[in-house]
Design a protein around this ligand. Sequence first.
Ligand code: SF4
Length: 255
Amino acid sequence: MNDIVGIVFDLQRGALHDGPGVRTVVFLKGCPLRCAWCHNPESQAFAPETGRSGKTYGWATTVEEVMAVVRRDARYYAESGGGLTVSGGEPTAQYMFCAALLAAAKAENIHTCLDTCGALDWPRLDALRPDVDVFLYDYKATDPARHRALTGIEPDLPFANLARLLEAGASVRLRCPLVPGMNDDAEHLGAIAELGRRWPKLAIELMPYHEAGEAKYGDLGRPRPELSTHVPGPAEIAAWLDSLHGAGAPQAALG
Ligand code: SF4
């Protein structure tokens, strides 16, 4: 299994924002979604790409080669409660590589997070559960038409899989990108609060819109989707949090 080849586009050691503790985050290339606000356009295509600058986005590597890097920080994981996070793109889109990487880490008692949009058949997601300590699960929009318009996919599968994970007792951090004027509507915030009320152990992380990554669209020769939005300020973010806390989801916090 450790000789399975995947395409990775970034590998970050010492990361602090993608799961608990100090982590190594492995970003797998390829994503079936096209979120309007995507900050990592180089993550979307499955094959390696070369930008106009000459920079290469993505390389082929094996599970063992990745694990050789992941192991280097084992001491920091132990001290901080950290470990490996497999992210993307959508990491489950390279299913065999993603599954083998999670299993390899678990075999070495390394804590694992899977950062996913949940857009895969339930049996395949369910099969990953034994090797995932925490799911970092995207929740992008509640209204189906808005979800389709903002991400390019129907929400049915991600929503159903989220419910199945929670009912199965999985540890989940709900990650909610909030883009002013696009998905910070009362219906969506209300649905996030409802999830928080129903599942008190569900962590909820708000991910306010930011503009990092814009230059990568230019380097890849792709137009950045036109967004009628703005970078939210502290007052706007505080209002989102107040609304969630007031609606019975005290666990909501900034991601
Ligand atoms: S799921 Fe993530 S990587 Fe894929 S398009 Fe959306 S923001 Fe980009």
